[in-house]
Design a protein around this ligand. Structure first.
Ligand code: AMP
Length: 380
């Protein structure tokens, strides 16, 4: 029986462990926090990712290692990879940890990106904002997530405030300024690549964010087949260039019919949570199959699915459970502002049935603003 080691013990590790149980897998989760929520379902090793003694114990106890958290230090991933198979490989992890390296790779692969530049000083920021023209976003190159470590620059007047907010981090994590893309849609490709190179994508997903945090996902995204094929092709090129093994997400902006890559996530992804009930094989199961060299499962989806994220605190669950195809996921976390604490997935055979289910849940839970953009897309 294989033991899968997971670095990071949040909800992604928890859902990996839950999906691996029917495959007869065991898990060991490592996290810096003793109350990491995956620890409710799998043995938890508490330790710092830079602590070699803890990493050595982890390596000793697992057959293969993977991540629920992409910001594990690259050196730690490499140290582990010298002792136990690690998927995705440390190079892929390293690329995804640095927005500049990642965007350079996209560009070199012919995957279109918006304009961007690294900046080390406030005067470089001024020069790049002037060169890019129009609104921009200043971001930390490393360690940013869920909209954290970002500052929107609507005009040159905001440059001082942006530097005030993030300039101090220029030396430690680096900064990148990007053109603000006035996109019509945000899409993501969730894909899996096996150890022998087999590649599969789930249907394209459309996503809505609030304050930089994912609020809702809808699959399949209603886009024309040509655009979806382009998105899948970008993802496959990226995966092959990194010799990627496992599940990853490629986040894309759709602007005037063109796809621009924003970032990749080298792990199972929030925009793929709907696959648990909405696809023949979930992203969690296929990630485990990939890292263990098992045949990949079908990524075919069953009807239409919408995932709603619960951020801060869990709502009351009965409205979702009352739906014929409503599914509830409580991550077992303490409530905290801005924290992802759970999600729900609604599934239906038709877009109209899904819109109706969403309307009922939105009304019952007093969450109309969260469901409104999804419902209007479904009914368009
Ligand atoms: P990120 O951490 O890069 O995924 O950014 C979080 C969210 O901020 C994205 O999902 C977008 O909604 C928004 N965002 C980030 N970068 C840009 C950009 N260059 N143009 C427009 N919106 C952006």
């Amino acid at each position: 029986m294989s033991t899968v080691g997971i670095l990071g013990g949040g909800q992604l590790a928890r859902m990996l462990a839950l999906s691996g149980a029917p495959l007869g897998l065991r898990f060991l989760v490592m996290d810096t926090e003793a109350d990491a929520c995956a620890g409710q379902f799998a043995p938890l090793l508490v330790g710092d990712y830079r602590d070699q003694a803890a990493l050595a114990e982890f390596a000793e106890r697992v057959d293969v290692a993977t991540f629920d958290f992409e910001n594990v230090p690259a050196e730690s991933a490499e140290w582990l990879a010298a002792r136990v198979p690690v998927f995705p490989n440390p190079r892929a992890l390293g690329v995804a940890q640095d927005r500049l390296v990642e965007k350079n790779l996209f560009r070199s692969l012919g995957i279109p990106v918006g304009d961007y530049a690294a900046v080390a000083t406030c005067s470089e920021l001024e020069a790049e904002v002037a060169r890019i023209g129009g609104a921009c976003i200043l971001k930390t190159r490393r360690l940013g997530y869920d909209g954290k470590g970002q500052f929107r620059i609507k005009s040159a007047d905001d440059i001082g405030a942006a530097w005030q907010a993030l300039g101090a981090q220029a030396a430690s994590v680096g900064l990148i300024v990007e053109a603000f893309i006035p996109f019509q849609r945000e899409l993501s490709v969730v894909a899996v690549r096996g150890r022998a190179g087999e590649f599969r994508c789930w249907p394209l997903t459309e996503n809505w964010h609030v304050d930089g945090v994912l609020s809702a996902s809808l699959a399949p995204a209603s886009v024309d087949a040509g655009l979806a094929a382009q998105a899948f092709d970008h993802a496959q090129r990226l995966a092959e260039s990194l010799d990627y093994v496992g599940v990853f997400a490629l986040e894309l902006f759709c602007h005037d019919g063109t796809l621009l890559a924003n970032e990749m996530a080298p792990r199972v992804h929030n925009s793929g949570h709907w696959t648990i009930e909405g696809a023949e094989t979930s992203q969690f199961e296929n990630h485990l199959r990939a890292v263990l060299s098992l045949p990949l499962g079908s990524t075919t989806m069953l009807g239409h699915a919408c995932m709603l994220n619960w951020v801060g605190q869990m709502p009351e669950r009965s409205a979702v459970l009352a739906e014929p195809s409503g599914h509830w996921h409580d991550y077992g976390k303490l409530p905290r502002s801005g924290r992802k604490v759970g999600h729900a997935t609604l599934r239906a055979d038709t877009t109209h049935e899904l819109a109706a289910a969403l309307e009922r849940v939105g009304r019952e839970l007093d969450r109309k603003p969260q469901i409104a953009p999804v419902a209007s897309r479904l009914l368009a």
